[in-house]
Design a protein around this ligand. Structure first.
Ligand code: ADP
Ligand code: MG
Length: 690
């Protein structure tokens, strides 16, 4: 068996990294460009031509023949339009060209991307602009390569048409707020970085099964399929030994990601059969978002080459766990993680202040955070018998909860044997990380030195939730700064009073119990926490004037942009459900019904024949079965008619309801019809044979 090359030499080999920049650009130009990239500044036009030349040289040395601006429109995916470097310069002669204007910006006729009404068709052009905080990279194909330049995508008015632009704006907002608050703690100006580690869950199915499932092909999930006797009850898949065919696939994925400088770190079997996870090391948020998009693409492509299909849908199979994308979020100042409990009183004060800012932000805006995870796929997870619930709450763990309580009440807990915590004077009791990590049912959990947001779906672009998180926390940090400025007086004393008030006011968002329990839903309702269970409810917060005012204040979304996001989300949801409904109807009528009808008529003939022959046995059994099949056939007919009507009327909730009814009938029939005749690969095959 071949042993893969484990050397580090290929790590980041396909990235226009600082090393590559220094190798391909004159010294002064390289230094300027690197400074631009580190500080997220726009590119200095005076060096643009040199940078383009160096980047082209590097890309050609990597075998690239084309370049593209690479962006993230609101389709949920990524977009690219390749241009050859090649330019004819005479009869049968050509040169490779790539200019500063090719690098910095592009004009795309992008009339078919969703814009939610931002662009009228006569002004359908979109513009892409290089985001120097995310380095250019090489995408490799079977017989070629393309230089990819990560870009933002806007309308001619400057309004955002993509996922990246609001994220970059939100990073600016929280950066400014953090600098302001750190100034109050007397800290000198330093680099603020938002960090994101996005854990990616996915399913693999054998491609031969996939091709026989029109539902998987068209919707990414199975609209039919009876539960297999064994699925995840025995917990024997989670962290189990990874099968050789899957490991081979994972190794190929990692080697590709490593070439792209994507720090893929852990791989394991997940809870459901045929479900897996890949987690990278955390990185700067914007880069981590781009990298997650590339991780999803790499998983899909590598799967195909290995005879698999990678399913990134949130709920490909009913009855077993779905897939999420846990977004681990934190914020660092001058390289120090602000959500890491400090080991001296001053750092503790900073930690507790940021922690309180996050708690306040989530309490005030849990509806927005929920809206950032809305989508047809995620409706099958959030609030639908599975992790995490649709109610957003914050989990802190016992030790930290005790500290918060001390601050709120001014009294030390019974068991601690200490006096109550004084901000800026006392050090924190040690907070063991493994204790904070235990509650897996919480949608927003503090896990020792970061928050883990577990609601985002496996297929979603994390930029959506990260932009909301940055903005609402920026708003809370600013609110804290405003209060401190208004208070004057001794800083630590005022801060202590302020945190006490904040905790008292926002503690309803804290919850340590079982997030799946029905009692929690009731309790959450009593506490007044939103419980937004379906996409249409969950996107409503985007149209609230107060939320709009906040986004406008922080320059993350204009009113028009926010409205367009709402529209795109609603339209996308509707289209998805309609597609699912139509696929289910066609499969039920054109694949399932003929098989059931055949079987039924075969039985009817057999019963007639047996009676004619005067057989004494078997007729009862044949009749019983034919009764069941006949009833199923009638049932299927009635339910399909209902689904057809719901689709014709275009009523989304009715389509969902009748689709579910058709499914119940089909899944019952699956166990009645001759296995060799059933036209679809079954769950017990797809989830176990790979
Ligand atoms: P678990 O499954 O217990 O959640 P994983 O190791 O799968 O743990 O994922 C943890 C993720 O959190 C990793 O991507 C890790 O890099 C990330 N992470 C760790 N520290 C930070 C931080 N300061 N900011 C953001 N993400 C972080
Ligand atoms: Mg996790």
């Amino acid at each position: 068996m071949a042993t893969p090359d484990t050397s580090l030499k290929d790590y980041g080999a396909d990235v226009f990294s600082e090393k590559a920049i220094r190798a391909h650009l004159p010294k002064t130009v390289a230094s300027k460009l690197i400074a631009t990239m580190r500080d997220a500044k726009p590119l200095d036009p005076s060096i643009a031509e040199e940078v383009a030349r160096g980047m082209k040289e590097w890309a050609l040395s990597k075998g690239a023949t084309h370049f593209t601006h690479w962006f993230q429109p609101m389709t949920g995916g990524t977009a690219e339009k390749h241009n050859a470097f090649l330019e004819p310069c005479g009869p049968a002669q050509a040169v490779n060209r790539f200019s500063a204007s090719n690098l910095i910006g592009g004009e795309a006729d992008a009339s078919s991307f969703p814009s939610g009404g931002i662009r009228s068709t006569f002004e359908a052009r979109g513009y892409t602009a290089w985001d120097p905080t995310s380095p250019a990279f090489i995408k490799r194909h079977a017989n070629g390569a393309t230089l990819c330049i990560p870009t933002a995508f806007c309308a001619h008015t400057g309004e955002a048409l993509d996922m990246k632009t609001p994220l970059l704006r939100s990073i600016q907002a929280i950066t400014r707020a953090t600098e302001r608050l750190m100034g109050k703690f007397g800290r000198p100006k330093a680099h603020v970085s938002l960090t994101l580690g996005a854990e990616q869950e996915y399913f693999l199915v054998d491609r031969s099964f996939y091709l026989k499932r029109p539902d998987l092909l068209q919707t990414g999930r199975t609209v039919f399929g009876a539960a297999p006797a064994k699925h995840q009850q025995l917990d024997d898949h989670y962290y189990g030994a990874i099968r050789p065919r899957v490991v081979k696939f994972m190794i190929e994925v990692e080697r590709r990601l490593w070439r792209l400088g994507i720090p893929a770190k852990t791989r394991h079997n997940e809870v459901a059969p045929a479900q897996f996870e890949l987690a990278p090391m955390f990185e700067e948020q914007n880069l981590a978002v781009d990298h997650n998009m590339l991780i999803m693409e790499t998983l899909r492509e590598t799967a195909e080459e290995n005879g698999f299909v990678c399913l990134l849908h949130e709920k490909p199979f009913e009855g077993v766990n779905g897939s999420g994308k846990h977004c681990n979020w934190s914020i660092a100042y001058g390289g120090r993680n602000l959500l890491s409990p400090g080991d001296n009183p001053r750092d503790n004060a900073i930690f507790l202040t940021f922690l309180s800012a996050v708690i306040r932000a989530i309490d005030l805006h849990s509806d927005l955070l929920r809206s950032s995870t809305a989508g047809a796929g995620n409706d099958h997870r959030l609030g639908a018998n599975e992790a995490p619930p649709a109610v957003i709450s914050v989990f802190l763990g016992d030790d930290l909860s005790a500290v918060m309580k001390e601050i709120e009440t001014g009294r030390a807990g019974k068991k601690t044997g200490r006096t109550a915590m004084r901000i800026g004077v006392d050090t924190m009791p040690p907070i063991p990380k493994d204790v904070t990590d235990r509650n897996r049912t919480s949608p927003f959990a503090f896990t020792g030195n970061k928050f883990e947001f577990r609601a985002p779906g496996s297929s979603q672009n994390c930029a959506a939730s990260q932009a909301v998180l940055n903005t609402i926390v920026a708003e809370s940090i600013d609110a804290i700064c405003d209060k401190l400025e208004a208070a004057g007086g001794d800083f630590n004393v005022e801060l202590q009073k302020l945190l006490k008030r904040l905790i008292a006011k926002h503690k309803r968002i804290l919850f340590s119990g079982d997030g799946y329990a029905d009692e929690w839903r009731e309790e959450a309702r009593r506490r007044g926490l939103p419980d937004l269970r379906s996409t249409l409810e969950a996107i409503e917060p985007l149209s609230s004037p107060a939320n709009c005012a906040m986004f406008v204040k922080y320059g993350v979304f204009s009113e028009g942009e926010l409205k367009s996001r709402h529209e795109i989300a609603a339209d996308g949801y509707r289209s998805r459900i309609m597609i699912e409904g139509k696929v289910a109807l066609e499969m039920a009528r054109a694949m399932i019904r003929p098989v059931v009808a055949d079987e039924f008529s075969r039985l009817a003939t057999a019963i007639g024949q047996a009676s004619k022959d005067g057989l004494k046995v078997g007729i009862a059994g044949l009749k019983a079965l034919s009764l069941k099949l006949g009833a199923g056939l009638d049932d299927l007919h009635v339910k399909c008619e209902k689904l057809e009507k719901a689709i014709a009327k275009g009523k989304v909730p009715d389509v969902i309801a009748s689709m579910t009814e058709v499914r119940r009938t089909v899944d019952r029939l699956e166990h009645l019809v001759d296995d060799s005749k059933w036209p679809l690969p079954k769950y017990r095959e797809m989830l176990f044979i790979y």
